[in-house]
Structures are given as C-alpha cells and as structure tokens.
Design a binder for this molecule. Structure first.
Ligand code: UFG
Length: 350
C-alpha cells in the first residue's frame, strides 16, 4: 500500500509528503520539477521525475508500489497567468488530470484526493461560502479545476473510484518544523511577498486596491495554514480508505483578514517595517471570500491547529530566513534535508 503524491516537490505537496512519511506511509512523489524542488521531498519518499500525463511511467509506478491512493497537487496555480494563457492551464490542470484519473482507474487505484480551489466560486454573492453555492469561476484557473472536479464525479460514478475534492482558500505559512515552505522564485501570494519584504529580499510591496467595499477598503481572504490543510487531506485519505463516500469540501477557517491586516501582522511579528505603496485594483480580485468550513469539520473531524494569523505569518517568516541561510551556507538538496552530506548542485531560490 502506498500513496502517490503528484506535485510532491511543490509547496503544498511537499508538506503532504512529510505528513504522510511521519504517519508511516509509503510515499511515491511524481513531480516534473518545473516549479518544485527535489530537496523539498523527504528522503523517505521515492521521487519520480515525470509528467503526470506520462501514463506509462505513472501506471508502472502505481503498480510497482501497490499505490492505493493518489493525492493530486500537480498543476499551475497563478490566476492572472491563466487569463493570459488559458490553454496552458487547461493542458496542465484539466488534460493532465484526465490522464492521471485514467491511470488511476486502469491501475486499480480506488482513492483519489484532488486539490481544488475557492476559485471555483468566483465572487460569491454571500460569505461565508458553502460548498453548494453557485460555481461560477472567473478565471481559466478556476474553470480548469472545476472541470477536474466534474471529471472525478463522473469517473467515480462509472468506476471503482472514490474521491475527495478539497477547495482551498488562501494557503500560507510553512512547516512548523522548518522542513518545507513556499520556495517559488516568482511569488504572487500576499503573505509570501510580505515575508520577503520583511526579511529584506524585496524593498517593499504594493497593495492592489484600497477602494473595495470592506471596512478598510482592501480585499478580504481566509488564510489557512498549510499544515492544517495537509491534515485535512490526511483525514480525507483515511475516510476514503475506510469506504467513506465522496466528498467536496472547503478548506479554510471561516474568518477573513484584509490585506492591510495581513501586512500589519507581518510587520508586527517580524518586528520590522517596510515600505507599502497603494496601487489600483488587480484585475480579477474578488472583494471578499471566506469559507464556511463546517462540512470539513463535520465529515472529516478536522480540527485546525494553527488557526491564527500571527502563527501563520511567523512560520512564513521563519521559512524565509531558512531559505536565505541555507542558500548562504550550503545549497539545499534533497540529501541535505535528509541529513546526508551536501553534494554540489543547483541552488535553492534566493
Ligand atoms: N495582494 C496585494 N499585494 C500583493 C499580493 C496580493 O495587495 O503583492 C492582495 C491581492 O490583490 C488580494 C490579496 O492580496 O486582494 C490576496 O492575494 P493572493 O495573490 O495572495 O491570493 P488570491 O486571493 O488572489 O488567490 C488565492 C489563491 C488562488 C485561488 C484564490 C481563490 O492563491 O489559487 O485564492 O480565491 F484561486
């Protein structure tokens, strides 16, 4: 029995791989390393550098390792990029997921957990948003993820396949043990950018829009700690393995913070100030999106451990320091993370 984690060298996927390894699971990571890093994968996991749409490799790995569950994170995740290049998003997210689901069905893998997104709701008419709210994605990114949810629904009806689609709100923070974090070289996400500003990696940041109909004029989001998110996946895995029914559930805390509140929290926790400039609205931003997370709590018994903005920010800041010091001392490598001597290799992002 083994769990295949696609995108397991990426931000959320690597946290999942660590969580599974800790739980004593056999883990097979499939990642083409286009956005992920080999050093982010725990040494106890097998890393297969391949495209998830490469069905020969994926199916051979499923059979070789006796994979009984897939947790599928691989995909493209930047909303504005999806608007500029929609067909790339439909290929990387929808078409590649179709191949992966087919590989699972062909290989007798009957449990599938999918990384979906709050973007399937677009701008919800009311918050907190429940899973049965209208699905009106406003970007190809959101549509590409919704299409995968629909494929899973139909494939599960036709084959021996059970699934959970977890709709993430704004994922942030880093592993409390400092083993992984958000390492992307060109981040767009607010907490990561603010953490970079607070640690001197960038001179400051821009706030996109101050005239929204919110108390302080900036957008409101529901920020969820990456470790709580992977806990929800682990519970979903146990539910599916126990024969539980399919589940589509939000993953958020049910509480919103404005952009200015987040920036204040980062400055406060870091104990450092940095310049903030105010700009026009960013295209495609919803005013406010907050989860109704009751379903995940009820159905999965999910009980978040890090539901606190300052904790999330603190872990994000610590990860920035770890990235910087490791790059200065010795390039991060998979075997360095595992505690083995370093070997010459590509640098981690600076
Ligand atoms: N923001 C800034 N300055 C920045 C970066 C972000 O003001 O430098 C603002 C944005 O305009 C937005 C808020 O901070 O109002 C949050 O933006 P993020 O880019 O951090 O996250 P998004 O809410 O745009 O996107 C997230 C996920 C997507 C998902 C979406 C669903 O990253 O994958 O939520 O709502 F689709």
């Amino acid at each position: 029995m083994a769990v295949m984690v696609t995108g397991g060298a990426g931000y959320i996927g690597s946290h999942m791989a660590w969580r599974l390894v800790e739980a004593g699971e056999q883990v097979v990571v499939v990642d083409r390393l286009s956005a992920g890093f080999d050093w982010a994968v725990p040494a106890a996991a097998e890393l297969i550098v391949a495209d998830i749409a490469d069905q020969d490799q994926v199916e051979a790995a499923m059979r070789r390792h006796g994979v009984d569950a897939v947790i599928h994170f691989a995909g493209s995740v930047i909303v504005p990029e999806s608007v500029a290049d929609p067909l790339a998003y439909y290929r990387n997210n929808t078409v590649a997921s179709r191949s992966l689901i087919e590989s699972a069905v062909r290989s007798g893998v009957s449990n599938f957990i999918f990384s979906s997104t709050a973007a399937v709701y677009g701008s919800p008419a009311a918050i907190p948003v429940r899973e049965d709210a209208p699905l009106l994605p406003e970007s190809p990114y959101g549509t590409s993820k919704l299409m995968t949810e629909l494929m899973l629904r139909d494939a599960a009806a036709a084959h021996d396949l059970r699934y959970a689609a977890l709709r993430y709100f704004n994922v942030a923070g880093a592993d409390p043990e400092g083993r992984s974090g958000q390492s992307t070289e060109s981040p767009t996400h607010l907490i990561k950018i603010a953490a970079e500003a607070a640690t001197g990696k960038r001179p400051g940041l821009s706030v996109f829009g101050t005239d929204y109909p919110t108390p302080d004029g900036t957008c409101i989001r529901d920020y969820i700690h990456v470790s709580d998110l992977v806990d929800a996946h682990y519970l979903a895995l146990q539910r599916l393995r126990a024969g539980g029914g399919n589940l589509v559930a939000n993953c958020g805390y049910g509480r919103g913070h404005s952009v200015l509140e987040v920036i204040d929290a980062v400055k406060r926790v870091a104990g450092r100030d940095f310049p903030v400039e105010f700009q026009d609205r960013r295209a495609g931003d919803a005013v406010a999106i907050v989860a109704d997370a009751g379903l995940a709590r009820r159905e999965l018994g999910w009980s978040p451990r890090y539901d606190d903005l300052e904790t999330i920010v603190g872990h994000a800041l610590r990860w920035e320091e770890i990235l910087r010091s490791r790059n200065t001392a010795a390039p991060m490598r998979r075997d360095v993370v595992a505690g083995a001597p370093p070997r010459p290799s590509a640098k981690a992002p600076t």
